[in-house]
Design a protein around this ligand. Sequence first.
Ligand code: SF4
Ligand code: SF4
Length: 309
Amino acid sequence: MKTKITSKELVAPVFNIQRFCIHDGPGIRTTVFLKGCNLACYWCHNPESRQAEPQLMFYTDRCLGCAACVAVCRTGARRKDGSRIVFSPEVCQSCFACVAACPTGALERCGQQMTVAEVFEEVVRDKPFYETSGGGVTVSGGEPLLYPDFVRSLFLCLKQEKITTAIETAGAVSWKNIKTVLPVTDLFLYDLKSAGEKLFRKATGGQLHLVLENLTELLDARTRLIIRIPVVPGFNDSPSQRDLMVKLLKKLPGRFAVEPLKYHQMAQGKYRALSLPAPRQEISARQAEAAYRETVAAFRKAGLPVLSV
Ligand code: SF4
Ligand code: SF4
């Protein structure tokens, strides 16, 4: 006889549960990062979130060359080449035997299936911090709305504990997915990466019209919402792109705040650990800062309700 899966037994791939976050909504928050994304932004700060399946991450700077991983790897994905340890991701079968064998933490497993009950148990521990700071739990990714039933079920559990909820989404999903979580979500942190359809498609592989249709629906439903704009030098920081964005934001219905996000290069090590090519474009911290400041100033000048650091 088949046993019915209860909502607390629903699973989703989780790659991180980060406590004491202060940038993913109000107060002190725990952010649950779900793995898997339907966009491919070339500047992505979380490359480990793109693929839903678990992945091996190899931090070469922590490797002592002891070859314990080579001894347990049955596929030859890890081998010795002189004094160097090399990794061939194309033959890795993600058994993670090497992770257990590594004495230095140079190898890490990224991503595991967790049930709603397991995630809830972990995030509820910080309830006192949420209460004293006005914080709560944020679900991010990847794209968390690829797992709407999981998120809804987790948020229902949190609501029973009077813990507030937020979702960080790029909005490039079916409205049905958003509708599933709408009644149990206190705040949407909604990414808007570009105001031009062509540019959006080129940089992310997604469809801007879908993002905008969902955004309009959410605003019409009087959802509490912050529009977050990653300011990427060379992509959306030119005066013409900025003007286009201002025009688009001013046309939107309802109430919202706008939060430009500063570009940073901190993901470089994660690209290396995943054996992925890092974003081609070299962007200095000074360029990123200037683009961010100019965007904040332009949005303020246009009378938009800007949140900034
Ligand atoms: S995860 Fe398994 S197959 Fe992949 S490198 Fe490690 S031991 Fe080899
Ligand atoms: S087991 Fe760890 S430290 Fe030893 S060679 Fe492999 S990755 Fe390096």
